[in-house]
Design a binder for this molecule. Sequence first.
Ligand SMILES: [Zn+2]
Ligand SMILES: [Zn+2]
Length: 216
Amino acid sequence: MLFAHDTQVALAAATALVNTGRAGREDLPDIAALDRFAQRWEWTGERTHDQAELEAVRALRPRLALLWQVDEDAAADLVNTLLREANALPQLVKHGGWDYHIHATRPDVPLADRMAVEAAMAVADVIRSQRLDRLRLCAADDCDDVHVDLSKNRSRRFCSQSCANRVNVAAYRTRLAHRRETSLAVATPPAPPIPGRAPPEPDVPAGSSPPTGRER
Ligand SMILES: [Zn+2]
Ligand SMILES: [Zn+2]
């Protein structure tokens, strides 16, 4: 495992949050959508269920997205800022079926602050292990989503299986068309695969599956 379990869950949750607002898309259009998101990612602390809470969560997304785009020093600065702004205070806690893990905010802190701190704590872990390069943008030209590469061989390039499939199908069609053209002109062996465009991604994208139960 690349990171501690709670770090991986937090990274997946942060990825999913950032991806609700990429490239002009709005997947958190109203409070009901935020309720569904909070339920899916098991945000169990106090909620206000009002417009202000929704606006605060939406406003957090572009700031978190920067963690995928800036260099290590800038990412470290941003992590520190997020932790400072929310007065994060890391504490080891045990609850429910969970053994010791870190909570850096209390459950009565506003949702957006808890989301910011959890993401910042996870990215602190990523930076400490010199793996900020694992926070990546999707390699599909027509997709702006972010993902986290947790694969052993650093091979993950796409945010989702659907992006991987779409790009691979397009590359296959290009090869096929090229082969038809060349076979019409003169009998030649099939075109080699386009570098980096095959095979499909085998790993499950972070952000595609809800976390195992825990309280945050
Ligand atoms: Zn994508
Ligand atoms: Zn907990």
